[in-house]
Design a protein around this ligand. Structure first.
Ligand code: C2E
Ligand code: MG
Ligand code: MG
Length: 720
């Protein structure tokens, strides 16, 4: 996981935690708000009712006191009854009014007389107390529970009886309750008996553990009993002065719903936040995977890349679960040229089509694209024969040209290096060996497969050794020049020498330029070394001139890279100038690859050289494309036919003879001189003479030798 991803995840976790915390906080505070509101509303309700009841009681007491005062003035019982009857009609709150004689006889306002009930309250009133009696069924309607206010009636400081006013508190509370919008269920208790309730249910069933709750309600004051805080379910009570107890059951379906909706709303927020964050996480994860895929897959062919191959090889080569397999390293031939000549877009198309072909061939076997034009195919171990067949089939895939469009197709080939796995291998070694094999296949001309062998490894080891050492050769003065004569068959004279570079390494010994020149070219060291060669040769020419040897030329091999370098012409001019020699004494040998790279520029440079007086020769003709058209494109005065031609000529006589004859004729017609390279035997010489060859160079005349010996050769006479 990258740093950026860790940060993103961290941020998401923080956001989630914040959302959850805020929602919990919001849920709690909203719930608390509802609970507080419920408590407040119900407490207010209780207060109201208590106030009302107290007020009512006080008013009734005040009224009764007035009546009592008046009764004290009356003489007869009849007067009292009559008076009470009158008062009863004016006071609708009292169900009845009565005067109780000290003997306990009730003189009711309706004229009836009966023995006093609720003896205790009567006794206490007779003692001078103001008493609210316990409840009792109203004698005119026994379903009504009523209470009586009893106050003593004084006459001249003596109690002459008790005034009793019966009233129904339930009716009164009911009347107030019906007018108000009660937040909870109201119960009016008196001595644990419900006098009034605005609910159809009795307290014990409406409130869980009702009777237990009731017993918790104290005889005095007020209080709150929490039944279920989560549902804002409380029982609140308050006692009034007249012995009444108001109880409110706060439970309301609506409140519970409100709280649960707060809960669900907040849960929803958290769930939504989680879903939202999960989507972001999913998106990030997918992006991460895509990025990882991009790191592991090649975009053009969608094949797994080198990173994946390395992991796969590591696993496959692990000694614990080692299973033999074979690696086919596939590399397109001259892909660089395809790219440079046709552009990268077409190059990509070629790669894509090639990869499709290989993919179809690979089937279930693993295929990787490990570099620009490099593919690796892994197959389970097979016999050498099978691997060979497979290699052949693989190479044959490219026999059919690649279709680039409906009208365009291109013939592309590739080389294959085959490396079998061994116990104890490691990925880098396998890849390196396979690369050696593929390079060898390319060296052999491409469009073929080569098995990796120890010999190949040794060769490569040598290449590595040479590459490491050659970089110091110039500075360490390890280079020197030798000269090989070119002999003119008609004049029987040495008409020129070819200057050839030699390197004697103190560690490796004598190394052939065939081995080290390509390495110098790869590392661009050929530029300084090329200049050094030119200086050596021109200085030698100068010395020879001084010694009087003037009637021959010296050919210098010029690498393509060296020639294409922007400073080349300038360097050539100044070196010739410095050496104080005539440019006419120089021949520059170039290979036909110059024309392949940039024929226009090559033409310019060669023309410029010709203008200076330097002759130009096409070297190694017959090894590369061997296109005769190049002779028309470039200003070249000499054609050097490669040694391989002579070898071939001797092997498959007829065809090569005809071709060589053709080349010689064309060159002569174009006004070029020809030099046959690598003539070693008199037989070869005879053949060439018959064909009209002009000049020869080869061991038959002499090997390349140091300047002093080379000049000596001129004194000898050959081939007479
Ligand atoms: P080249 O320019 O074609 O040089 C001719 C090569 O053929 C020389 O090999 C020479 O020794 C060899 N040769 C000549 N006659 C015979 C023969 O009868 N039989 C056989 N088997 N070989 C013969 P050498 O010196 O090893 O050079 C190899 C190549 O290295 C040269 O091929 C040239 O391409 C390159 N090279 C050599 N010296 C220089 C140089 O100073 N600069 C550059 N750029 N390349 C050089
Ligand atoms: Mg040459
Ligand atoms: Mg040559």
């Amino acid at each position: 996981m990258s740093n950026r991803q860790v940060q993103a995840y961290f941020l998401l976790v923080i956001i989630l935690l914040t959302v959850v915390t805020l929602t919990i906080f919001n849920y709690k505070s909203s719930k608390e708000f509802v609970q507080e509101t419920v408590k407040k509303e119900n407490r207010l309700l209780l207060d109201n009712f208590t106030d009302e009841t107290n007020k009512f009681s006080n008013e009734r007491v005040a009224e009764l006191e007035l009546i009592a005062d008046y009764i004290a003035l009356l003489k007869t019982e009849e007067d009292i009854v009559q008076f009470l009857k009158n008062q009863r009609e004016k006071m609708p709150f009292f169900s009845s009014l009565g005067f109780i004689t000290p003997e306990g006889e009730v003189l009711a306002g309706d004229g009836s007389r009966f023995k006093v009930n609720q003896q205790e309250s009567f006794d206490r009133a007779l003692q001078g107390e103001l008493v609210f009696s316990e409840l009792f069924p109203y004698y005119q309607d026994s379903t009504q529970l009523v209470s009586a206010v009893r106050i003593p009636v004084f006459q001249d400081g003596n109690i002459i009886g008790v005034l009793s006013g019966v009233f129904n508190m339930g009716n009164l509370v009911g009347a107030i309750a019906s007018d108000s919008n009660l937040p909870g269920t109201l119960y009016l208790f008196r001595e644990n008996q419900v006098i009034f309730s605005n609910s159809n249910h009795d307290f014990e069933t409406a409130v869980p553990n009702g009777s237990q709750v009731l017993s918790q309600i104290n005889a005095m004051g007020q209080g709150t009993i929490i039944i279920d805080e989560n549902k804002a379910h409380y029982v609140m009570y308050q006692h009034t002065s007249g012995g009444w107890t108001f109880v409110v059951d706060s439970y309301k379906e609506k409140t519970v719903q409100q709280i649960s909706s707060i809960f669900w709303r907040n849960t929803m927020i958290v769930v939504l936040a989680i879903i939202f964050l999960c989507s972001i996480l999913y998106y990030l994860k997918r992006n991460e995977q895509r990025e990882e895929n991009m790191l592991k897959r090649d975009l053009l062919t969608n094949l797994p890349n080198r990173v994946v191959l390395e992991e796969r090889l590591k696993k496959g080569l692990n000694p614990q679960n080692f299973k033999r397999f074979t690696l086919y390293f596939i590399n397109l031939d001259r892909f660089k040229d395809i790219n440079e000549r046709n552009g990268y877009q077409l190059g990509d198309r070629v790669l894509f089509e090639t990869s499709r072909k290989i993919q179809a061939f690979a089937g279930k076997n693993e295929l990787y694209r490990v570099g620009g034009d490099e593919f690796v195919l892994l197959v389970p171990a097979h016999s050498e024969e099978e691997l060979r067949t497979r290699g052949l089939e693989l190479v044959k895939l490219m026999e059919v040209p690649i279709e680039l469009s409906s009208t365009e197709s291109m013939w592309v080939t590739f080389s294959v290096g085959i490396r079998k796995s061994q116990l104890g291998d490691w990925p880098d070694l396998m890849m390196q060996d396979a690369t050696f094999a593929v390079q060898e296949a390319k060296k052999q001309g491409g469009n073929r497969f080569v098995f990796f062998s120890q010999e190949l490894a040794n060769q490569n080891e040598r290449v590595r050794l040479i590459a490491n050492n050659v970089v110091h050769a110039l500075a360490n003065n390890e280079f020197f020049m030798v000269y090989q004569p070119v002999y003119d068959l008609s004049t029987k004279n040495i008409t020129s020498y070819e200057a050839l570079l030699r390197w004697k390494s103190p560690t490796i010994g004598q190394v052939s330029p065939v081995e080290f020149i390509p390495l110098l070219e790869e590392s661009d060291l050929i530029i300084p070394v090329g200049k050094w060669i030119l200086r050596q040769v021109t200085a030698q020419l100068n010395r020879w001139e001084a010694e009087g040897h003037e009637d021959f030329q010296v050919a210098v091999n010029i690498s393509v890279r060296q020639m294409m370098h922007p400073d080349f012409l300038h360097d050539v001019k100044s070196i010739i100038h410095e050496a104080n020699i005539s440019a006419q004494r120089l021949i520059f040998e170039i290979t036909e690859t110059v024309a392949v790279q940039n024929s226009e520029l090559a033409n310019q440079i060669l023309t410029e050289l010709n203008n200076l007086g330097v002759k130009t020769a096409l070297d190694d003709f017959g090894t590369g494309y061997s296109s005769l058209s190049i002779l028309k494109i470039l200003p070249i005065q000499q054609l050097k036919v490669d040694r391989s031609f002579i070898v071939k000529m001797e092997l498959e006589e007829d065809k090569s003879l005809v071709i060589l004859q053709g080349i010689l004729d064309i060159a002569r017609n174009l006004g070029m001189t020809t030099v046959m390279e690598g003539v070693e035997t008199l037989e070869q010489l005879d053949l060439l003479k018959n064909m009209g060859a002009q000049k020869i160079q080869g061991f038959l005349i002499s090997q390349a030798v140091v300047a002093e010996l080379a000049i000596e050769l001129r004194k000898q006479t050959w081939l007479h």
